[in-house]
Design a protein around this ligand. Structure first.
Ligand SMILES: [Zn+2]
Length: 65
């Protein structure tokens, strides 16, 4: 995966094994096999699950293709 599953841009950096950070929308996402989890990075550095909008779910399905 080379693009952000949320915004679709390529401004992402690898922060761990299967773990990436998007500089554009400031989310972190973890890819494991076919499983994709997206997290918001809070101001204090904690991660919260990114599932606020139904629109993001649609984007995910497109990315999995
Ligand atoms: Zn993004």
């Amino acid at each position: 995966m080379t693009t952000c599953p949320v915004c679709g841009k390529r401004g992402i950096g690898k922060v761990g094994a299967g773990q990436y950070y998007c500089w554009d929308c400031c989310v972190e996402f973890v890819v494991r096999d076919q499983d994709l989890k997206i997290f918001n990075v809070e101001a204090d550095g904690t991660l919260t699950l990114y599932n606020d909008t139904a629109q993001s779910t649609v984007n995910l399905e497109v990315q999995k293709g």
